[in-house]
Design a protein around this ligand. Structure first.
Ligand code: ADP
Ligand code: MG
Length: 585
């Protein structure tokens, strides 16, 4: 028999290590907490130094309000905060911090050294701690403000170290965190160095637009459209990309709520739908930088351990504010507002305008079917009836010459029934297997025209891990200048215009994902992305020999049933289904 378990209260040190698991799961998370504290302390400038992607050292030096000797001692205590006093304050938090958890959590898993001098104080205080235990506290000479150094992150919890990814990936996350907070607070001057090398320098900027111009390349930023809108106490401002001019990846899709960088499923979903509706384009490739301002009591910031998510009291109001702001920005954009035949009021909402002509990768919308064709289930919309198989082919798992339906599906007649093949999904499957099978760099073509691509610091860091993999798929790039990279060669299947979006998406994919570097997994992911960018699009007319070749190639793949993302490549309408529709049974 199991004796009754004894319940004990965990010692403070253990509690802090447990909590550290939630608050600081990786170096970038610790860096985020430290920068947020500096901003909360009213810093005008901060300097970040990293070693070994933050695992060796994270140092944040600010010129903010500083801490007195007594406050500094308190700051390492759990739930010690200067930012809220009572539970009511939680409904109107105006600072990044409010829980008093970050410093004790970081202290619990690192060797910490803090030097701080309160504004106007004669001298500063130095505090040294190891694994959460204060080792030394002494007066020191230091400038006003605070310098915090966390060394040997996770040395007290080695299990966590195993879950970290390559230095380049962890550094990429640190750079994303620093740039996101720099965008959230344009007035802040920020530098980030890694191993002494300066990777990011942003001078204090007047406003968000100026900050964006300092952070991203000018050409891209000058092509963005301003967004502005309000409804009662809610307001949104910022920028969106024009159709076809966006970039994929977290660096290019940013949302701030009352200057706090957040991920919000509701708003992200609304933006995806708006972009899909307006551009007929994959919303992953649309960029936005939006600042929502909302009364603090209308949003709960206390719903997530790292405060990356928020909860709106009225999500619907925020949704429509954002959607309307984005629509309006595009309506006002004269160059984009070329009315097209596709202008169609949809449902009860405002008229929706599409701009198919402008997007380079936006496929033109399929022409609406005439009523009589629609009634016929779309079948009559085919240019020609499907060709039956030659008699000698019957009975074989054969592939027939195909006709295109809606410019997108190949209609084949097989012994099993009528088969519709999605030309894009089928081509993706073919290319995916071809890219993976191809020997490293085997068939790439050198670029005749130089192709340059500007990367953000986080993307550059990701490029370090991604490059060898991309090279094995035939895409090679080399550093060309500050933040600028040159695409040297591409596989013959990929159009040069698709190179930059593909590279950005794969860099974003290299940063994403969970623990431990999994190169093989990334190679498959990148091959699938490459296949997607290189595959023929929907709404492209194919010549009869092209359709025949596509179907024959598909049949030869290892997994002809699904595209690399798991979508079916074909559907079969079998005899039973056909007979049922004709009411023969
Ligand atoms: P929180 O930010 O939730 O209050 P933290 O653990 O991050 O909790 O910080 C605890 C306290 O330490 C803060 O409330 C603040 O008073 C003080 N503090 C931390 N970092 C700084 C800094 N860079 N400058 C001034 N005060 C700081
Ligand atoms: Mg804090």
């Amino acid at each position: 028999m199991t004796p009754a378990a004894r319940i004990r209260i965990l010692p403070e040190e253990t509690v802090n290590r447990v909590a550290a698991g939630e608050v600081v799961e990786r170096p970038a998370a610790a860096l985020k907490e430290l920068i947020e504290n500096s901003i909360d302390a009213g810093a005008a400038n901060l300097a970040v130094d990293l070693e070994r992607a933050g695992k060796g050292l994270i140092r944040v030096v600010d010129d903010g309000a500083g801490m007195s000797h007594d406050d500094l001692l308190l700051a390492l205590e759990r739930h010690a905060t200067s930012k809220i006093l009572a539970v009511e304050d939680l409904s109107r938090v105006a600072t990044f911090g409010f829980r008093g958890e970050a410093l004790p959590s970081i202290a619990a898993v690192s060797r910490l050294r803090i030097e701080s001098r309160a504004r106007g104080a004669g001298e500063g205080t130095r505090l040294v701690a190891d694994g959460g235990r204060i080792v030394r506290v002494e007066p020191c000479g230091c400038p006003e403000g605070t310098a915090i150094e966390a060394r040997d992150l996770f040395h007290t919890v080695p299990a966590r170290l195993k879950f970290l990814r390559s230095d380049a990936t962890e550094l990429g996350h640190c750079l994303q965190v620093a740039s996101r907070l720099a965008l959230a607070c344009p007035q802040l001057g920020v530098t980030v160095r890694h191993g002494g090398r300066e990777l990011l320098r942003l001078a204090p900027a007047a406003d968000a637009g100026a900050r964006l111009r300092g952070y991203l390349d000018r050409e891209f930023v000058s092509g963005l459209l301003p967004v502005r809108g309000s409804s009662g106490p809610l307001a949104v401002s910022g920028f969106v990309s024009r159709p076809g001019a966006g970039r994929p990846g977290a660096d290019y899709q940013q949302l701030f709520v009352n200057a706090r960088p957040v991920r919000d499923a509701v708003v992200a979903q609304e933006l995806r739908e708006t972009f899909r509706d307006l551009f007929r384009q994959d919303p992953a490739g649309c960029s936005y930088f939006l600042w929502i301002s909302i009364p603090p009591e209308a949003v709960d910031v206390n719903v997530h351990p790292t405060k990356r998510e928020v909860r709106f009291r009225d999500p619907g109001a925020v949704r429509s504010l954002v959607a309307e702001g984005v629509r309006e920005a595009l309506r006002l954009d004269r160059s984009a507002a070329i009315p097209t035949a596709a202008f169609q009021p949809s449902g009860a909402s405002a008229p929706r305008v599409t701009f198919p002509a402008l997007g380079t990768s936006a496929a033109p919308p399929a022409a609406p079917l005439p009523a009589e064709v629609r009634e016929a289930g779309g079948y009559a919309a085919m240019s020609q009836p499907p060709l039956p198989l030659p008699a000698e082919e019957r009975g074989r798992p054969a592939v027939a010459a195909a006709n295109q339906l809606f410019g997108t599906y190949l209609v084949c007649v097989e012994p099993g029934g009528l088969v519709l093949v999605d030309q894009h999904a089928a081509h993706e499957r073919i290319l995916y297997e071809r890219f993976l099978a191809r020997a490293a760099g085997g068939l790439s073509q050198r670029m005749l025209e130089p192709l340059l691509i500007e990367l953000t610091p986080a993307e550059e860091s990701a490029a370090e891990t991604a490059r060898p993999v991309l090279e094995s798929l035939g895409v090679s790039l080399e550093p060309f200048g500050p933040r600028s990279w040159r695409v040297v060669s591409l596989p013959p299947e990929l159009d040069a215009a698709a190179a930059a979006p593909f590279i950005r998406e794969s860099l974003a994919a290299a940063l994403e994902g969970g623990a431990a570097p999994r190169v093989e997994e990334f190679r498959h992911r990148a091959a699938a992305l490459l296949a997607c960018h290189a595959a023929i699009r929907a709404n492209r007319r194919l010549a009869p020999d092209e359709t025949a070749a596509l179907i024959a190639d598909l049949a030869r793949t290892g997994n002809p049933g699904a595209c690399p993302h798991g979508r079916p490549t074909s559907i079969t309408i079998d005899r039973a289904e056909i007979e049922r529709r004709f009411k023969r049974t």
